[in-house]
Design a protein around this ligand. Structure first.
Ligand code: BTN
Length: 324
């Protein structure tokens, strides 16, 4: 940790309370001038740090930037190395680059803004500044490729459960990995994997999650208006929510991930499924057919009934739209 990160860590720990320059210098093992410089640099990054003469400095209780310090403090699991950047193209691409350079499992990159956020099936993911959480986690699972889908489905459960715990929203899962609240998509998940062709397993996987927390300035773009929503549609998201949500999600995901072959997430995945019993249109490539949803099997395939025939849909090739 450099001086700036260490300073933010202490201020975050005492959020809303003053810490004297002298104490900060002592705790960080640097001069008071170095503290002052780090404070200024954090302010330039957008952190709301108030100073009051001899009382020192405090991080305003309303300061709402995502920070590694805030996430690390809220995390119960100690394995994650969370890096927060103000802006990037895509956190999935950043983590992939880190993976190729040998970064350890559970390296996380989160960003306040993505300029080239990626969605599933080659789509883009709208990631405006400071209104969402956009992050990716590097995983190095010892799993057969056939089980890779469980990374995504367990992440969907962790996300929905964290949203409920931190924001009090009853989130549902639309197969396979979209999170919905009040009939709106509030989160998308994109898992990208690199294969080890020698032994048919995964070399690494990048789990990318984007959550819409507050309404974007000016609203969602026209093409997303009918589908996209956020967790605080009227605004008023309490300061620090995004950091706590990210930490809770990572904690919950870790618990499920380390026991992935046991599929502990499956019951909750089924319970949160919003497609149960619905009539849907199944879209496979350029083919569309009506079907009704029967359930989710142990492989997390969606079971649909079509003209009395039971079909297990594999995640990669279909998307499903409820008939209005
Ligand atoms: C989808 O709904 O199609 C999946 C969206 C996944 C978006 C997240 S945001 C963080 C990570 N970085 C990306 O470029 N995409 C994922």
């Amino acid at each position: 940790m450099n001086t700036k990160e260490a300073l933010l860590f202490v201020l975050e720990e005492q959020r809303g309370m003053y810490v004297s320059g002298e104490e900060l210098a002592k705790r960080l093992g640097v001069s008071r001038t170095a503290v002052w410089k780090a404070v200024n640099s954090l302010r330039e990054d957008g952190f709301d740090i108030v100073s009051a003469g001899s009382r020192g400095y405090r991080l305003s209780a309303e300061s709402d930037l995502l920070s590694s310090a805030a996430v690390q403090q809220a995390l119960k699991t100690r394995v994650f190395d969370v890096r927060v950047v103000p802006e990037t193209g895509s956190t999935n691409d950043d983590v992939k680059a880190l993976a190729e350079r040998g970064a350890p499992e559970f390296t996380v990159v989160a960003s306040e803004l993505q300029t080239k956020g990626k969605g599933r099936l080659g789509r883009s993911f709208y990631s405006p500044q400071r209104t969402g959480i956009y992050f990716s986690v590097l995983l190095r699972p010892k799993l057969p490729v056939t089980d890779a889908l469980f990374i995504t489905t367990s992440a969907a459960v962790a996300t929905a459960s964290a949203i409920e715990g931190v924001c009090g929203r009853q989130a549902g899962i639309k197969w396979v990995n979209d999170i919905y609240w009040q009939d709106r998509k509030v989160c998308g998940i994109l898992t990208e994997a690199s294969l080890d062709l020698e032994n048919g397993s995964l070399a690494y996987a990048v789990l990318g999650i984007g959550i819409n927390v507050s309404p974007p300035e000016g609203g969602f773009p026209e093409e997303l208006k009918a589908i996209a929503g956020c967790l605080y549609p009227e605004g008023g998201c309490p300061a620090g929510t995004r950091s706590r949500l990210l930490a809770s999600l990572l904690d919950k995901f870790y618990e499920l991930y380390v026991h992935l072959p046991e599929k502990r997430f499956l019951d909750e995945y089924r319970r949160r499924s919003i497609l149960k019993g619905l009539n849907v249109n199944v879209i496979q490539g350029d083919r569309t057919y009506p079907a009704s949803v029967v359930g989710i099997d142990d492989q997390c395939h969606l079971l649909v009934s079509r003209d009395g025939q039971l079909i297990a849909l594999d995640s990669g090739e279909v998307s499903v739209r409820p008939i209005k």
